[in-house]
Design a binder for this molecule. Structure first.
Ligand SMILES: [Zn+2]
Length: 235
Protein backbone atom coordinates (compact mmCIF):
# COMPACT_ATOMS: atom_id res chain seq x y z
CA UNK A 1 0.00 0.00 0.00
CA UNK A 2 2.87 2.33 0.81
CA UNK A 3 4.09 1.94 -2.77
CA UNK A 4 0.90 3.57 -3.96
CA UNK A 5 1.62 6.79 -2.19
CA UNK A 6 4.14 9.23 -3.51
CA UNK A 7 4.08 11.72 -0.78
CA UNK A 8 2.06 12.38 2.31
CA UNK A 9 1.40 16.09 2.21
CA UNK A 10 -0.56 16.35 5.37
CA UNK A 11 -1.32 13.91 8.11
CA UNK A 12 -2.09 16.27 10.93
CA UNK A 13 -5.71 15.59 11.58
CA UNK A 14 -5.39 15.76 15.31
CA UNK A 15 -3.54 19.07 15.32
CA UNK A 16 -5.30 22.42 15.26
CA UNK A 17 -4.65 24.63 12.25
CA UNK A 18 -2.16 27.39 12.80
CA UNK A 19 -3.87 30.44 11.39
CA UNK A 20 -6.46 32.14 13.55
CA UNK A 21 -9.59 30.84 15.25
CA UNK A 22 -11.15 28.31 12.96
CA UNK A 23 -13.40 25.33 13.09
CA UNK A 24 -11.20 23.01 11.04
CA UNK A 25 -8.10 20.95 11.52
CA UNK A 26 -5.63 20.43 8.66
CA UNK A 27 -7.18 17.67 6.58
CA UNK A 28 -5.49 14.34 5.91
CA UNK A 29 -4.46 14.49 2.25
CA UNK A 30 -2.32 11.94 0.45
CA UNK A 31 -0.79 12.75 -2.93
CA UNK A 32 -1.08 9.88 -5.38
CA UNK A 33 1.07 9.27 -8.42
CA UNK A 34 -1.70 9.26 -11.03
CA UNK A 35 -1.58 11.52 -14.07
CA UNK A 36 -4.79 13.40 -14.71
CA UNK A 37 -5.00 15.40 -17.95
CA UNK A 38 -5.17 19.05 -16.98
CA UNK A 39 -7.76 21.24 -18.65
CA UNK A 40 -5.91 24.41 -17.77
CA UNK A 41 -6.80 26.95 -15.10
CA UNK A 42 -10.20 27.63 -13.59
CA UNK A 43 -12.34 30.23 -15.33
CA UNK A 44 -12.50 32.39 -12.21
CA UNK A 45 -10.87 35.80 -11.75
CA UNK A 46 -8.25 34.42 -9.33
CA UNK A 47 -7.85 31.12 -11.26
CA UNK A 48 -8.76 29.16 -8.11
CA UNK A 49 -11.65 26.76 -7.74
CA UNK A 50 -14.66 28.79 -6.63
CA UNK A 51 -16.41 25.78 -5.16
CA UNK A 52 -16.63 22.03 -4.89
CA UNK A 53 -18.97 19.43 -6.35
CA UNK A 54 -19.78 16.56 -3.97
CA UNK A 55 -20.00 13.10 -5.59
CA UNK A 56 -20.11 9.48 -4.60
CA UNK A 57 -18.03 6.91 -6.46
CA UNK A 58 -20.53 4.02 -6.72
CA UNK A 59 -17.47 1.80 -7.07
CA UNK A 60 -15.69 -0.74 -4.87
CA UNK A 61 -14.71 1.08 -1.69
CA UNK A 62 -13.49 -1.19 1.07
CA UNK A 63 -9.76 -1.41 0.24
CA UNK A 64 -8.89 2.15 1.29
CA UNK A 65 -5.90 3.53 -0.61
CA UNK A 66 -6.02 0.76 -3.21
CA UNK A 67 -9.59 1.56 -4.21
CA UNK A 68 -8.92 5.29 -4.03
CA UNK A 69 -6.03 4.98 -6.48
CA UNK A 70 -8.07 2.65 -8.67
CA UNK A 71 -10.85 5.26 -8.75
CA UNK A 72 -8.38 8.01 -9.68
CA UNK A 73 -6.99 5.82 -12.47
CA UNK A 74 -10.49 4.93 -13.66
CA UNK A 75 -11.39 8.62 -13.84
CA UNK A 76 -8.09 9.61 -15.46
CA UNK A 77 -8.58 7.02 -18.22
CA UNK A 78 -11.74 8.94 -19.16
CA UNK A 79 -10.05 12.30 -18.97
CA UNK A 80 -11.67 13.02 -15.61
CA UNK A 81 -10.25 13.92 -12.23
CA UNK A 82 -11.33 14.53 -8.67
CA UNK A 83 -10.24 14.33 -5.12
CA UNK A 84 -11.20 10.92 -3.73
CA UNK A 85 -12.05 10.25 -0.08
CA UNK A 86 -11.86 6.78 1.45
CA UNK A 87 -14.19 5.38 4.10
CA UNK A 88 -11.92 6.68 6.88
CA UNK A 89 -12.06 10.26 5.61
CA UNK A 90 -8.54 10.25 4.11
CA UNK A 91 -8.40 12.35 0.93
CA UNK A 92 -6.34 11.27 -2.09
CA UNK A 93 -5.20 13.90 -4.54
CA UNK A 94 -3.60 13.51 -7.96
CA UNK A 95 -3.03 17.07 -9.11
CA UNK A 96 -2.65 20.67 -8.03
CA UNK A 97 -5.50 22.65 -6.53
CA UNK A 98 -5.57 25.19 -9.32
CA UNK A 99 -5.83 22.95 -12.36
CA UNK A 100 -9.15 21.99 -13.87
CA UNK A 101 -10.07 18.33 -14.15
CA UNK A 102 -13.44 17.48 -15.60
CA UNK A 103 -15.76 15.62 -13.24
CA UNK A 104 -19.25 17.09 -13.49
CA UNK A 105 -20.10 16.55 -17.17
CA UNK A 106 -22.82 18.76 -18.68
CA UNK A 107 -23.83 20.85 -15.69
CA UNK A 108 -25.19 24.24 -14.68
CA UNK A 109 -25.16 26.30 -11.49
CA UNK A 110 -26.34 29.89 -11.06
CA UNK A 111 -26.84 30.23 -14.83
CA UNK A 112 -23.25 29.15 -15.45
CA UNK A 113 -22.64 26.03 -17.50
CA UNK A 114 -19.62 23.72 -17.33
CA UNK A 115 -19.32 23.57 -13.55
CA UNK A 116 -16.02 21.63 -13.74
CA UNK A 117 -14.40 24.84 -15.02
CA UNK A 118 -15.31 26.57 -11.74
CA UNK A 119 -15.30 23.84 -9.09
CA UNK A 120 -13.06 21.04 -7.91
CA UNK A 121 -14.72 17.68 -7.35
CA UNK A 122 -14.76 15.45 -4.30
CA UNK A 123 -15.57 11.80 -4.97
CA UNK A 124 -16.56 10.08 -1.72
CA UNK A 125 -16.12 6.32 -1.80
CA UNK A 126 -19.25 4.30 -1.28
CA UNK A 127 -21.77 2.16 -3.16
CA UNK A 128 -24.11 5.03 -4.03
CA UNK A 129 -27.77 4.44 -4.79
CA UNK A 130 -28.86 0.88 -4.05
CA UNK A 131 -31.44 -1.55 -5.33
CA UNK A 132 -33.63 -3.33 -2.81
CA UNK A 133 -34.37 -6.99 -3.51
CA UNK A 134 -36.57 -8.39 -0.76
CA UNK A 135 -34.77 -7.50 2.46
CA UNK A 136 -31.35 -7.00 0.92
CA UNK A 137 -29.64 -4.01 -0.66
CA UNK A 138 -27.41 -4.29 -3.70
CA UNK A 139 -24.76 -2.04 -5.25
CA UNK A 140 -24.77 -1.34 -8.99
CA UNK A 141 -21.32 -2.98 -9.28
CA UNK A 142 -22.41 -6.10 -7.37
CA UNK A 143 -22.24 -6.95 -3.72
CA UNK A 144 -24.58 -6.50 -0.82
CA UNK A 145 -24.65 -3.57 1.57
CA UNK A 146 -25.65 -4.29 5.20
CA UNK A 147 -29.04 -2.75 6.10
CA UNK A 148 -27.38 -0.74 8.88
CA UNK A 149 -25.40 1.18 6.24
CA UNK A 150 -28.47 2.04 4.17
CA UNK A 151 -30.51 5.24 4.32
CA UNK A 152 -33.98 5.37 2.80
CA UNK A 153 -34.97 8.90 1.87
CA UNK A 154 -37.90 10.72 0.36
CA UNK A 155 -37.36 13.37 -2.29
CA UNK A 156 -36.25 16.68 -0.77
CA UNK A 157 -34.21 19.56 -2.23
CA UNK A 158 -31.45 17.89 -4.28
CA UNK A 159 -32.24 14.38 -3.03
CA UNK A 160 -34.10 11.87 -5.16
CA UNK A 161 -36.16 9.27 -3.30
CA UNK A 162 -34.55 5.87 -2.83
CA UNK A 163 -32.07 3.76 -0.90
CA UNK A 164 -28.54 5.05 -0.53
CA UNK A 165 -25.33 3.75 0.97
CA UNK A 166 -24.61 6.12 3.84
CA UNK A 167 -21.35 8.00 3.97
CA UNK A 168 -19.52 7.05 7.18
CA UNK A 169 -19.38 9.56 10.02
CA UNK A 170 -15.64 9.86 9.33
CA UNK A 171 -16.44 10.83 5.73
CA UNK A 172 -19.05 13.42 6.68
CA UNK A 173 -16.78 14.93 9.32
CA UNK A 174 -13.84 14.97 6.89
CA UNK A 175 -15.96 16.52 4.13
CA UNK A 176 -17.18 19.34 6.37
CA UNK A 177 -13.68 19.86 7.74
CA UNK A 178 -12.13 19.93 4.25
CA UNK A 179 -14.69 22.44 3.02
CA UNK A 180 -14.19 24.72 6.05
CA UNK A 181 -10.44 24.52 5.40
CA UNK A 182 -10.98 25.53 1.77
CA UNK A 183 -13.39 28.31 2.78
CA UNK A 184 -11.07 29.77 5.39
CA UNK A 185 -7.70 29.32 3.69
CA UNK A 186 -8.55 29.60 -0.02
CA UNK A 187 -11.70 31.68 -0.06
CA UNK A 188 -14.01 28.97 -1.37
CA UNK A 189 -17.53 30.33 -1.91
CA UNK A 190 -20.05 28.33 0.15
CA UNK A 191 -22.77 29.04 -2.39
CA UNK A 192 -20.68 27.10 -4.93
CA UNK A 193 -20.43 23.99 -2.76
CA UNK A 194 -22.93 21.85 -4.60
CA UNK A 195 -24.13 18.32 -5.16
CA UNK A 196 -23.66 16.65 -8.53
CA UNK A 197 -27.42 16.09 -8.32
CA UNK A 198 -27.90 19.88 -8.08
CA UNK A 199 -25.82 20.81 -11.12
CA UNK A 200 -26.93 17.87 -13.31
CA UNK A 201 -30.34 17.05 -11.79
CA UNK A 202 -31.66 15.16 -14.81
CA UNK A 203 -28.70 12.78 -14.93
CA UNK A 204 -27.28 12.37 -11.44
CA UNK A 205 -28.30 11.14 -7.99
CA UNK A 206 -25.08 11.83 -6.06
CA UNK A 207 -24.63 12.61 -3.24
CA UNK A 208 -28.39 12.34 -2.66
CA UNK A 209 -29.25 10.44 0.50
CA UNK A 210 -25.70 9.18 1.02
CA UNK A 211 -25.13 12.46 2.84
CA UNK A 212 -27.21 12.90 6.00
CA UNK A 213 -27.96 16.52 5.03
CA UNK A 214 -29.45 18.01 1.91
CA UNK A 215 -27.03 20.27 0.07
CA UNK A 216 -28.86 23.46 1.17
CA UNK A 217 -28.59 22.17 4.76
CA UNK A 218 -24.87 21.50 4.26
CA UNK A 219 -24.32 25.06 2.97
CA UNK A 220 -26.27 26.48 5.93
CA UNK A 221 -24.15 24.43 8.35
CA UNK A 222 -20.92 25.62 6.72
CA UNK A 223 -22.09 29.24 6.89
CA UNK A 224 -22.96 28.96 10.57
CA UNK A 225 -19.58 27.35 11.36
CA UNK A 226 -17.73 30.01 9.37
CA UNK A 227 -19.73 32.83 10.96
CA UNK A 228 -19.10 31.43 14.45
CA UNK A 229 -15.35 31.31 13.74
CA UNK A 230 -15.38 34.89 12.41
CA UNK A 231 -17.36 36.05 15.45
CA UNK A 232 -14.79 34.49 17.80
CA UNK A 233 -11.93 36.17 15.90
CA UNK A 234 -13.45 39.68 15.95
CA UNK A 235 -12.39 41.97 18.83
ZN1 LIG B 1 -20.96 12.56 -9.50
Amino acid sequence: MVALLRRVTRLLRSLPAEAGPTTYVAPAIVEVDVKIPTKGKYKTPDKKARGCVVHYTARPFDRGATDAKSTLQFLAAQGLGCLVMDRDGIIYKAQGWDEVAYHAGPSTWKDTSGVSLYCMGMEIMNAGMLEKHGDTFHACFGGEIPPGEVREVQAKDNIKAGFYHRYTKAQEDALINFLLWQIETRGMDIDWIVGHDEVAPDRKQDPGGSLSLTMPELRALLKSRRDAAQHRSSP
